[in-house]
Design a protein around this ligand. Structure first.
Ligand code: 5GP
Ligand code: ZN
Length: 111
């Protein structure tokens, strides 16, 4: 479930600080430490999965929860109407830096 060497697992377990905007049993969301726009939130399953290559049928419930959460966070952050971008980097060619699967929610300016 959790990887002791993983940065985001440490944040999820509150061993390292982050500015959380959402938490439930399956998913957390916190502000990106180096935002590329006024709103830059990382949506992170609690379960340690390195990237989308680890995402299995048993994890499918997370996908639905994540997309509903995107809508709620966009409303909460006041970016729903103007729009936003969601993306996930995967692996080396995807330029993923932190190997714990996560979705970026970015908005608040013209991208
Ligand atoms: P990716 O792996 O999707 O390419 O990028 C990882 C993202 O995590 C980057 O946007 C980076 O700024 C963010 N990040 C890296 N380390 C930390 C951290 O310790 N705390 C937070 N809140 N964000 C981080
Ligand atoms: Zn992890």
């Amino acid at each position: 479930m959790s990887n002791p060497d993983c940065l985001f697992c440490k944040i999820i377990k509150k061993e390292l600080p982050a500015e959380f905007v959402y938490e439930d049993e399956h998913i957390v969301a916190f502000k990106d430490i180096n935002p590329i726009a006024p709103v830059h939130i990382l949506i992170v399953p609690r379960k340690h999965m390195k990237d989308n290559n680890d995402f299995m049928e048993e994890d499918e419930h997370l996908a639905g929860r994540i997309f509903t959460l995107v809508r709620k966070l966009a409303e909460q952050e006041g970016i729903a109407e103007d729009g936003y971008r969601i993306f996930m980097n995967t692996g080396k060619h995807g330029k993923q830096i932190v190997p714990h699967m996560h979705l970026h929610l970015v908005g608040g300016r013209q991208l």
